[in-house]
Design a protein around this ligand. Structure first.
Ligand code: GCU
Length: 424
Protein backbone atom coordinates (compact mmCIF):
# COMPACT_ATOMS: atom_id res chain seq x y z
CA UNK A 1 0.00 0.00 0.00
CA UNK A 2 2.76 2.35 1.07
CA UNK A 3 4.73 1.56 -2.09
CA UNK A 4 1.77 2.12 -4.34
CA UNK A 5 1.04 5.50 -2.72
CA UNK A 6 4.64 6.46 -3.24
CA UNK A 7 4.45 5.24 -6.82
CA UNK A 8 1.30 7.30 -7.49
CA UNK A 9 3.08 10.30 -6.03
CA UNK A 10 6.05 9.79 -8.36
CA UNK A 11 3.78 9.41 -11.35
CA UNK A 12 2.00 12.58 -10.27
CA UNK A 13 5.29 14.52 -10.05
CA UNK A 14 6.41 13.16 -13.40
CA UNK A 15 3.13 14.10 -15.05
CA UNK A 16 3.34 17.57 -13.50
CA UNK A 17 6.68 18.29 -15.12
CA UNK A 18 5.35 17.16 -18.49
CA UNK A 19 1.89 18.58 -17.80
CA UNK A 20 1.30 19.68 -21.37
CA UNK A 21 1.42 16.04 -22.46
CA UNK A 22 -1.16 13.39 -22.02
CA UNK A 23 0.94 10.63 -20.49
CA UNK A 24 -0.43 7.13 -20.15
CA UNK A 25 0.53 4.97 -17.16
CA UNK A 26 -2.39 2.57 -17.47
CA UNK A 27 -1.60 -0.84 -18.96
CA UNK A 28 -5.25 -1.13 -20.06
CA UNK A 29 -4.89 1.95 -22.21
CA UNK A 30 -1.86 0.74 -24.14
CA UNK A 31 -3.09 0.82 -27.75
CA UNK A 32 -3.29 -2.26 -29.96
CA UNK A 33 -0.35 -2.33 -32.28
CA UNK A 34 1.47 -4.62 -34.64
CA UNK A 35 5.07 -5.10 -33.73
CA UNK A 36 7.29 -5.39 -36.82
CA UNK A 37 8.97 -8.77 -37.00
CA UNK A 38 12.75 -8.48 -36.70
CA UNK A 39 13.24 -11.49 -38.96
CA UNK A 40 10.97 -10.47 -41.84
CA UNK A 41 12.47 -7.99 -44.29
CA UNK A 42 10.63 -4.82 -45.34
CA UNK A 43 9.79 -6.74 -48.54
CA UNK A 44 8.26 -9.60 -46.58
CA UNK A 45 11.07 -12.15 -46.89
CA UNK A 46 11.50 -14.45 -43.87
CA UNK A 47 15.00 -14.60 -42.48
CA UNK A 48 15.97 -17.98 -41.10
CA UNK A 49 19.76 -17.94 -40.90
CA UNK A 50 22.39 -15.77 -39.23
CA UNK A 51 24.00 -15.15 -42.64
CA UNK A 52 20.77 -13.79 -44.10
CA UNK A 53 20.30 -11.64 -41.02
CA UNK A 54 23.78 -10.14 -41.49
CA UNK A 55 23.53 -9.76 -45.25
CA UNK A 56 19.88 -8.83 -45.80
CA UNK A 57 17.94 -7.80 -42.74
CA UNK A 58 20.47 -6.10 -40.50
CA UNK A 59 21.63 -3.58 -43.16
CA UNK A 60 18.10 -2.38 -43.98
CA UNK A 61 17.17 -2.02 -40.32
CA UNK A 62 20.44 -0.27 -39.57
CA UNK A 63 19.85 2.13 -42.42
CA UNK A 64 16.40 2.96 -41.12
CA UNK A 65 17.61 3.70 -37.60
CA UNK A 66 20.48 5.71 -39.03
CA UNK A 67 18.41 7.91 -41.35
CA UNK A 68 15.11 8.11 -39.53
CA UNK A 69 15.86 7.83 -35.82
CA UNK A 70 19.34 8.76 -34.56
CA UNK A 71 20.81 10.36 -37.67
CA UNK A 72 23.87 9.69 -39.78
CA UNK A 73 27.33 10.95 -38.97
CA UNK A 74 27.88 13.22 -41.98
CA UNK A 75 31.47 12.31 -42.80
CA UNK A 76 34.83 11.23 -41.49
CA UNK A 77 37.13 13.03 -39.13
CA UNK A 78 40.56 13.99 -40.49
CA UNK A 79 42.35 12.68 -37.43
CA UNK A 80 42.00 11.45 -33.88
CA UNK A 81 44.90 11.95 -31.50
CA UNK A 82 45.58 11.15 -27.87
CA UNK A 83 47.60 12.79 -25.13
CA UNK A 84 48.09 11.51 -21.59
CA UNK A 85 47.38 14.51 -19.38
CA UNK A 86 47.99 12.78 -16.10
CA UNK A 87 48.85 9.34 -14.78
CA UNK A 88 49.21 7.91 -11.29
CA UNK A 89 50.07 4.39 -10.12
CA UNK A 90 48.67 4.89 -6.63
CA UNK A 91 45.17 6.23 -7.01
CA UNK A 92 42.15 5.42 -4.83
CA UNK A 93 44.20 4.76 -1.68
CA UNK A 94 46.76 2.81 -3.59
CA UNK A 95 44.22 0.39 -5.07
CA UNK A 96 44.18 1.57 -8.67
CA UNK A 97 46.03 3.20 -11.54
CA UNK A 98 44.52 6.40 -12.83
CA UNK A 99 44.95 7.96 -16.27
CA UNK A 100 43.40 11.07 -17.75
CA UNK A 101 43.68 11.06 -21.51
CA UNK A 102 42.80 13.89 -23.82
CA UNK A 103 41.31 12.87 -27.17
CA UNK A 104 41.34 15.44 -29.97
CA UNK A 105 38.99 15.02 -32.93
CA UNK A 106 40.05 17.13 -35.87
CA UNK A 107 38.17 18.09 -39.02
CA UNK A 108 39.65 20.80 -41.25
CA UNK A 109 40.57 23.62 -38.93
CA UNK A 110 38.05 22.73 -36.26
CA UNK A 111 38.46 20.38 -33.34
CA UNK A 112 36.71 18.96 -30.29
CA UNK A 113 38.53 17.69 -27.23
CA UNK A 114 37.37 15.38 -24.50
CA UNK A 115 39.03 13.71 -21.54
CA UNK A 116 38.71 10.04 -20.64
CA UNK A 117 39.18 9.30 -16.96
CA UNK A 118 40.39 5.73 -16.53
CA UNK A 119 40.83 3.64 -13.39
CA UNK A 120 42.48 0.25 -13.72
CA UNK A 121 43.32 -2.47 -11.21
CA UNK A 122 46.91 -1.92 -10.17
CA UNK A 123 48.55 -5.23 -10.75
CA UNK A 124 46.99 -6.51 -13.92
CA UNK A 125 47.48 -5.80 -17.57
CA UNK A 126 45.08 -6.13 -20.48
CA UNK A 127 41.92 -5.85 -18.40
CA UNK A 128 38.29 -5.67 -19.58
CA UNK A 129 36.87 -2.17 -19.21
CA UNK A 130 33.42 -0.68 -18.68
CA UNK A 131 33.13 2.51 -20.72
CA UNK A 132 30.36 4.93 -19.76
CA UNK A 133 29.51 8.60 -20.02
CA UNK A 134 28.69 10.70 -16.98
CA UNK A 135 26.20 13.60 -16.95
CA UNK A 136 28.07 16.29 -15.01
CA UNK A 137 31.81 15.84 -15.41
CA UNK A 138 34.39 13.21 -14.53
CA UNK A 139 35.01 14.78 -11.13
CA UNK A 140 31.44 13.98 -10.04
CA UNK A 141 31.94 10.21 -10.18
CA UNK A 142 34.55 10.07 -7.38
CA UNK A 143 35.87 12.12 -4.49
CA UNK A 144 39.40 11.63 -5.85
CA UNK A 145 40.79 15.20 -5.65
CA UNK A 146 43.02 14.69 -8.70
CA UNK A 147 40.28 14.29 -11.26
CA UNK A 148 40.34 17.25 -13.61
CA UNK A 149 37.29 19.50 -13.84
CA UNK A 150 35.96 20.03 -17.35
CA UNK A 151 35.56 23.55 -18.67
CA UNK A 152 32.73 22.51 -20.98
CA UNK A 153 29.19 23.89 -20.72
CA UNK A 154 27.04 22.05 -18.17
CA UNK A 155 23.38 22.05 -17.34
CA UNK A 156 22.65 24.05 -14.20
CA UNK A 157 21.72 21.88 -11.25
CA UNK A 158 21.05 23.00 -7.70
CA UNK A 159 21.65 19.43 -6.44
CA UNK A 160 25.09 19.43 -7.95
CA UNK A 161 25.89 23.05 -7.14
CA UNK A 162 26.19 24.03 -10.81
CA UNK A 163 25.18 27.53 -11.80
CA UNK A 164 26.14 29.64 -14.78
CA UNK A 165 26.73 26.38 -16.67
CA UNK A 166 30.17 25.96 -15.15
CA UNK A 167 31.45 22.83 -13.43
CA UNK A 168 33.24 23.50 -10.16
CA UNK A 169 34.80 21.83 -7.16
CA UNK A 170 31.38 21.88 -5.44
CA UNK A 171 30.15 18.85 -7.35
CA UNK A 172 33.18 16.63 -6.81
CA UNK A 173 32.03 13.13 -5.83
CA UNK A 174 28.33 14.00 -5.83
CA UNK A 175 27.51 11.25 -8.31
CA UNK A 176 29.89 8.67 -6.79
CA UNK A 177 26.92 6.53 -5.69
CA UNK A 178 26.22 5.71 -9.35
CA UNK A 179 29.68 4.26 -9.99
CA UNK A 180 30.73 1.22 -7.95
CA UNK A 181 34.37 1.99 -8.64
CA UNK A 182 35.83 0.04 -5.74
CA UNK A 183 33.90 -3.08 -6.66
CA UNK A 184 34.72 -2.72 -10.36
CA UNK A 185 38.43 -2.49 -9.58
CA UNK A 186 38.40 -5.25 -6.95
CA UNK A 187 36.74 -7.55 -9.46
CA UNK A 188 39.55 -6.97 -11.94
CA UNK A 189 37.81 -4.59 -14.35
CA UNK A 190 38.74 -1.11 -15.42
CA UNK A 191 36.38 1.85 -15.65
CA UNK A 192 36.62 4.57 -18.28
CA UNK A 193 34.31 7.57 -18.19
CA UNK A 194 33.81 10.78 -20.16
CA UNK A 195 31.66 13.86 -19.68
CA UNK A 196 29.20 13.74 -22.61
CA UNK A 197 29.00 17.56 -22.68
CA UNK A 198 32.56 17.69 -24.00
CA UNK A 199 31.47 16.01 -27.23
CA UNK A 200 28.17 17.81 -27.54
CA UNK A 201 26.59 20.03 -24.87
CA UNK A 202 23.18 18.64 -23.98
CA UNK A 203 21.08 21.56 -25.17
CA UNK A 204 19.01 22.40 -28.18
CA UNK A 205 21.76 24.22 -30.01
CA UNK A 206 23.31 22.50 -32.98
CA UNK A 207 25.95 25.17 -33.54
CA UNK A 208 28.20 23.86 -30.79
CA UNK A 209 29.97 20.58 -30.03
CA UNK A 210 31.03 18.07 -32.64
CA UNK A 211 28.21 18.80 -35.10
CA UNK A 212 29.81 22.06 -36.03
CA UNK A 213 32.99 20.33 -37.26
CA UNK A 214 31.13 19.01 -40.28
CA UNK A 215 29.20 22.09 -41.36
CA UNK A 216 29.60 23.81 -44.68
CA UNK A 217 29.91 27.58 -44.48
CA UNK A 218 26.77 29.15 -43.04
CA UNK A 219 25.23 25.83 -42.01
CA UNK A 220 23.75 25.81 -38.49
CA UNK A 221 21.89 22.59 -38.27
CA UNK A 222 22.38 19.03 -39.54
CA UNK A 223 20.34 17.74 -42.51
CA UNK A 224 17.10 15.96 -41.70
CA UNK A 225 18.70 12.52 -41.76
CA UNK A 226 21.86 13.62 -39.97
CA UNK A 227 22.88 13.18 -36.38
CA UNK A 228 21.40 14.58 -33.22
CA UNK A 229 23.17 14.54 -29.88
CA UNK A 230 22.66 10.82 -29.17
CA UNK A 231 24.41 9.91 -32.38
CA UNK A 232 27.18 12.43 -31.64
CA UNK A 233 27.74 10.93 -28.21
CA UNK A 234 27.76 7.46 -29.76
CA UNK A 235 30.60 8.57 -32.01
CA UNK A 236 32.41 9.80 -28.89
CA UNK A 237 32.15 6.30 -27.44
CA UNK A 238 33.77 4.90 -30.59
CA UNK A 239 36.57 7.43 -30.49
CA UNK A 240 37.22 6.56 -26.85
CA UNK A 241 37.46 2.95 -27.96
CA UNK A 242 40.06 4.00 -30.55
CA UNK A 243 42.17 5.19 -27.61
CA UNK A 244 41.51 2.09 -25.51
CA UNK A 245 42.79 -0.01 -28.42
CA UNK A 246 46.13 1.76 -28.06
CA UNK A 247 46.41 1.26 -24.32
CA UNK A 248 48.17 -1.99 -23.48
CA UNK A 249 46.71 -2.00 -19.97
CA UNK A 250 43.31 -2.53 -21.58
CA UNK A 251 41.86 -5.57 -23.31
CA UNK A 252 40.19 -3.66 -26.14
CA UNK A 253 38.43 -6.82 -27.32
CA UNK A 254 36.51 -6.73 -24.05
CA UNK A 255 35.23 -3.19 -23.72
CA UNK A 256 31.65 -3.06 -22.44
CA UNK A 257 29.79 0.10 -23.41
CA UNK A 258 27.48 1.21 -20.63
CA UNK A 259 25.01 4.06 -20.18
CA UNK A 260 22.17 5.25 -17.99
CA UNK A 261 19.02 6.90 -19.28
CA UNK A 262 19.77 9.23 -22.24
CA UNK A 263 23.27 7.78 -22.10
CA UNK A 264 21.75 4.30 -22.11
CA UNK A 265 20.02 5.19 -25.39
CA UNK A 266 23.46 6.33 -26.54
CA UNK A 267 25.14 3.09 -25.44
CA UNK A 268 22.61 1.06 -27.46
CA UNK A 269 23.18 3.11 -30.59
CA UNK A 270 26.96 2.93 -30.07
CA UNK A 271 26.69 -0.85 -29.74
CA UNK A 272 24.73 -0.99 -33.00
CA UNK A 273 27.08 1.29 -34.93
CA UNK A 274 30.41 -0.02 -33.65
CA UNK A 275 30.70 -3.79 -33.54
CA UNK A 276 34.05 -3.57 -31.76
CA UNK A 277 32.15 -3.17 -28.48
CA UNK A 278 32.20 -6.59 -26.89
CA UNK A 279 28.98 -6.05 -24.92
CA UNK A 280 26.37 -3.38 -24.25
CA UNK A 281 24.55 -2.35 -21.06
CA UNK A 282 21.42 -0.21 -21.16
CA UNK A 283 20.42 1.05 -17.72
CA UNK A 284 16.89 2.56 -17.56
CA UNK A 285 17.19 3.80 -21.15
CA UNK A 286 13.43 4.19 -21.77
CA UNK A 287 11.93 5.94 -24.78
CA UNK A 288 14.22 5.99 -27.81
CA UNK A 289 16.37 3.44 -25.93
CA UNK A 290 15.19 -0.04 -25.08
CA UNK A 291 11.46 0.70 -24.57
CA UNK A 292 8.99 -0.13 -27.33
CA UNK A 293 7.68 3.13 -28.82
CA UNK A 294 4.42 1.67 -30.08
CA UNK A 295 3.20 1.02 -26.52
CA UNK A 296 3.01 4.80 -25.89
CA UNK A 297 3.43 4.16 -22.17
CA UNK A 298 5.17 6.87 -20.13
CA UNK A 299 7.38 9.01 -22.32
CA UNK A 300 6.41 8.94 -26.01
CA UNK A 301 8.11 9.95 -29.25
CA UNK A 302 6.19 13.22 -29.30
CA UNK A 303 7.17 14.04 -25.72
CA UNK A 304 10.83 13.21 -26.19
CA UNK A 305 11.13 15.08 -29.48
CA UNK A 306 9.40 18.12 -27.99
CA UNK A 307 11.32 18.19 -24.72
CA UNK A 308 14.68 17.27 -26.27
CA UNK A 309 14.48 18.34 -29.93
CA UNK A 310 18.24 17.89 -30.35
CA UNK A 311 18.58 14.21 -29.39
CA UNK A 312 17.37 12.45 -32.53
CA UNK A 313 17.54 13.39 -36.21
CA UNK A 314 14.84 15.69 -37.55
CA UNK A 315 13.24 12.86 -39.55
CA UNK A 316 12.26 11.16 -36.30
CA UNK A 317 9.76 13.96 -35.64
CA UNK A 318 7.60 12.50 -38.45
CA UNK A 319 6.62 9.84 -35.93
CA UNK A 320 5.41 12.25 -33.22
CA UNK A 321 1.94 10.94 -32.25
CA UNK A 322 2.30 8.71 -35.28
CA UNK A 323 3.93 5.57 -33.92
CA UNK A 324 1.77 3.32 -36.08
CA UNK A 325 3.59 4.65 -39.15
CA UNK A 326 6.93 3.42 -37.84
CA UNK A 327 8.04 0.30 -39.76
CA UNK A 328 10.44 -0.54 -36.92
CA UNK A 329 10.47 -0.51 -33.14
CA UNK A 330 13.17 -0.47 -30.49
CA UNK A 331 13.44 -4.27 -30.16
CA UNK A 332 15.06 -4.09 -33.58
CA UNK A 333 17.66 -1.67 -32.27
CA UNK A 334 18.49 -4.29 -29.64
CA UNK A 335 18.62 -6.92 -32.37
CA UNK A 336 21.27 -4.88 -34.22
CA UNK A 337 23.63 -5.70 -31.34
CA UNK A 338 23.23 -9.48 -31.79
CA UNK A 339 25.01 -11.80 -31.32
CA UNK A 340 27.04 -9.74 -28.86
CA UNK A 341 25.96 -9.80 -25.21
CA UNK A 342 23.39 -7.16 -24.27
CA UNK A 343 21.92 -6.28 -20.87
CA UNK A 344 18.68 -4.31 -20.54
CA UNK A 345 17.85 -3.13 -17.01
CA UNK A 346 14.77 -1.40 -15.61
CA UNK A 347 13.70 0.08 -12.29
CA UNK A 348 10.27 -0.53 -10.81
CA UNK A 349 9.47 3.10 -10.05
CA UNK A 350 10.82 4.33 -13.37
CA UNK A 351 7.44 4.16 -15.11
CA UNK A 352 8.37 7.13 -17.28
CA UNK A 353 10.84 4.78 -19.03
CA UNK A 354 8.22 1.98 -19.32
CA UNK A 355 9.93 -1.03 -17.67
CA UNK A 356 7.49 -3.43 -19.34
CA UNK A 357 8.27 -1.92 -22.75
CA UNK A 358 11.99 -2.34 -22.03
CA UNK A 359 11.44 -5.96 -21.07
CA UNK A 360 9.26 -6.80 -24.07
CA UNK A 361 11.78 -5.22 -26.36
CA UNK A 362 14.45 -7.60 -25.02
CA UNK A 363 12.00 -10.48 -25.36
CA UNK A 364 11.18 -9.69 -29.01
CA UNK A 365 14.84 -9.12 -29.92
CA UNK A 366 15.62 -12.62 -28.68
CA UNK A 367 14.55 -14.22 -31.98
CA UNK A 368 17.60 -12.69 -33.62
CA UNK A 369 19.90 -13.93 -30.87
CA UNK A 370 18.35 -17.34 -31.54
CA UNK A 371 19.51 -17.21 -35.18
CA UNK A 372 23.06 -17.19 -33.83
CA UNK A 373 22.40 -20.00 -31.35
CA UNK A 374 22.52 -17.51 -28.47
CA UNK A 375 20.06 -17.43 -25.64
CA UNK A 376 17.84 -14.42 -25.07
CA UNK A 377 14.67 -14.02 -23.03
CA UNK A 378 12.41 -17.03 -23.53
CA UNK A 379 9.33 -16.14 -21.44
CA UNK A 380 7.03 -13.27 -22.35
CA UNK A 381 6.12 -12.82 -18.68
CA UNK A 382 8.22 -10.23 -16.89
CA UNK A 383 10.42 -11.59 -14.10
CA UNK A 384 9.79 -10.46 -10.54
CA UNK A 385 12.01 -7.75 -9.14
CA UNK A 386 15.53 -8.88 -8.28
CA UNK A 387 15.20 -12.05 -10.38
CA UNK A 388 17.75 -11.29 -13.08
CA UNK A 389 17.86 -13.31 -16.30
CA UNK A 390 21.51 -13.64 -17.25
CA UNK A 391 21.59 -15.01 -20.78
CA UNK A 392 23.51 -13.52 -23.72
CA UNK A 393 20.58 -11.13 -23.84
CA UNK A 394 20.00 -10.28 -20.18
CA UNK A 395 17.35 -8.41 -18.23
CA UNK A 396 16.55 -7.35 -14.70
CA UNK A 397 14.11 -5.11 -12.93
CA UNK A 398 15.06 -3.86 -9.49
CA UNK A 399 13.16 -1.98 -6.81
CA UNK A 400 13.59 1.77 -6.66
CA UNK A 401 13.77 4.72 -8.94
CA UNK A 402 15.50 5.88 -12.10
CA UNK A 403 19.16 5.60 -11.12
CA UNK A 404 22.23 3.36 -11.21
CA UNK A 405 22.70 1.42 -7.98
CA UNK A 406 25.15 -1.04 -6.47
CA UNK A 407 22.61 -3.77 -7.22
CA UNK A 408 22.79 -2.89 -10.92
CA UNK A 409 26.59 -3.00 -10.91
CA UNK A 410 26.66 -6.32 -9.05
CA UNK A 411 24.53 -7.82 -11.80
CA UNK A 412 26.55 -6.24 -14.62
CA UNK A 413 29.84 -7.51 -13.22
CA UNK A 414 28.55 -11.01 -12.58
CA UNK A 415 26.95 -11.26 -16.03
CA UNK A 416 29.95 -9.78 -17.85
CA UNK A 417 32.18 -12.41 -16.25
CA UNK A 418 29.88 -15.13 -17.54
CA UNK A 419 29.26 -13.88 -21.06
CA UNK A 420 32.78 -12.64 -21.79
CA UNK A 421 34.31 -15.62 -19.97
CA UNK A 422 36.38 -13.59 -17.55
CA UNK A 423 37.87 -15.63 -14.75
CA UNK A 424 38.04 -14.17 -11.27
C1 GCU B 1 14.33 12.64 -19.13
C2 GCU B 1 13.95 12.11 -20.50
C3 GCU B 1 14.36 10.65 -20.67
C4 GCU B 1 15.80 10.46 -20.31
C5 GCU B 1 16.08 11.03 -18.94
C6 GCU B 1 17.57 11.04 -18.54
O1 GCU B 1 13.55 12.03 -18.15
O2 GCU B 1 12.58 12.31 -20.67
O3 GCU B 1 14.15 10.24 -22.00
O4 GCU B 1 16.15 9.10 -20.39
O5 GCU B 1 15.68 12.39 -18.91
O6 GCU B 1 18.44 10.99 -19.37
O7 GCU B 1 17.82 11.17 -17.33
Amino acid sequence: MKTSLYFSFLVFICSMSFAQFDTNYDENKVPDFILPDPVTTFDGEKITTDTDWIEKRRPELFEFFENKVYGKVPGNLDSVSFRILEENENALDGKAKRKQVEVTLLKGKKSVRFVILIYLPKKSSSVPVFLGYNFFGNHTITTDPNVLISGAWAMNSSDLGIDEHQLTEKSRGLRAHRWAIDKIIEEGFGLATIYNGEIDPDKNDMTDGIHELFYKEGQETPQKNEWGSLSAWALGYSKALDYLEEDTDVDARRVIVFGHSRLGKTALWAGATDTRFAAVISNNSGCGGAALSKRRFGETINIINTSFPHWFCRNFKNYNNNEEALPIDQHQLLALIAPRPLYVASAQEDQWADPKGEFLSAYYASKVYGLFGKKGISEVKMPEIHQPIHNTLAYHIRAGKHDVTDYDWEQYIKWTREVLKINP
